[in-house]
Design a protein around this ligand. Structure first.
Ligand code: ADP
Ligand code: CDP
Length: 224
């Protein structure tokens, strides 16, 4: 296999970003964080005074921001209209509003096209992580992984990152976002029929990385 495309989906805090970056780095592949792109467009909407609860206003503005993702797993970058957005897209305000913006069909079709063109341009292959990569963005991916973990484990991991934030509040916010992402009409968070499900609750990050690397290597060996 000359180039390999790996889709990694799952809810928040299951380990998608950490696993995808490490797998891409180990195998010499590019890396794309699609959640960062939805966060970036959300940040632009907030900064430009667009009411994110007004789906029509969001749809009308969706094509305005220019979002550029750098795909080096050692140094992922994201810019909006040329400005570094990596810090501002991680604020609590963006996190609480991103599901409303990402549910708008016009936003999804624009971002999906952007993701497909980035994947096409990755010479050695790419690991793309998100919610709908295996089902919608790259349905022909060579390998699809769906990561899961208990809400308790996911909340503990997330609140470990955000110092001083209450685990209970983190868990509630996380469950609310998963419910919104799973119930939207256009390409909801879902496991593709042909995805391999990996429950990471009792696994260390290294074990998850090893598991995915082995699955990619098995795929590559099978088509040689
Ligand atoms: N298997 C694991 N065990 C313990 N901590 C983990 C595991 N996988 C990821 N983490 C940690 O949990 C946090 C969230 O992981 P991340 O990769 O950002 O998840 P996602 O992209 O699915 O939201 C990070 O701090 C990461 O280091
Ligand atoms: N492929 C994707 C990726 C993210 N998203 C949206 O973007 C949000 C942020 O994704 P993320 O991956 O940065 O979220 P975390 O799990 O890292 O907190 C999700 O809650 C979804 O609303 C999406 O709709 N489709």
């Amino acid at each position: 296999m000359e180039s390999v495309i790996v889709a990694i989906d799952g809810p928040s805090g299951t380990g998608k970003s950490s696993t995808s970056k490490a797998v891409a780095a180990k195998l010499g592949l590019s890396y794309l964080d699609t959640g960062a792109q939805y966060r970036a467009i959300t940040w632009w909407m907030i900064s430009n005074g667009v009411d994110v609860t007004d789906a029509e206003a969001v749809a009308n503005a969706a094509s305005k921001p220019v979002i550029v993702s750098g795909t080096d797993p050692a140094r992922p970058t994201i810019t909006v209209d040329g400005a570094d957005a990596s810090g501002p897209i991680r604020t609590e305000e963006v996190t609480s509003k991103v599901s409303a913006v990402s549910a708008v069909p016009e936003v999804r079709s624009l971002i999906t096209e952007l993701q497909r063109s980035i994947a096409r341009g990755a010479e050695t292959g790419i690991v793309v992580e998100g919610r709908d990569i295996g089902t919608t963005v790259l349905p022909d991916a060579d390998l699809k992984i769906f990561l899961t973990a208990s809400p308790e484990a996911r909340a503990a991991r997330r609140s470990g990152e955000l110092k001083g934030v209450d685990v209970h509040a983190t868990k509630e916010a996380l469950i609310k976002r998963d419910a919104a992402d799973s119930s939207r009409k256009t390409s909801p968070l879902a496991k593709a029929g042909d995805a391999v499900e990996v429950d990471t609750t009792e696994l260390t990050l290294d074990q998850v990385i090893e598991c995915v690397v082995t699955l990619v290597e098995e795929k590559r060996a099978a088509v040689k």
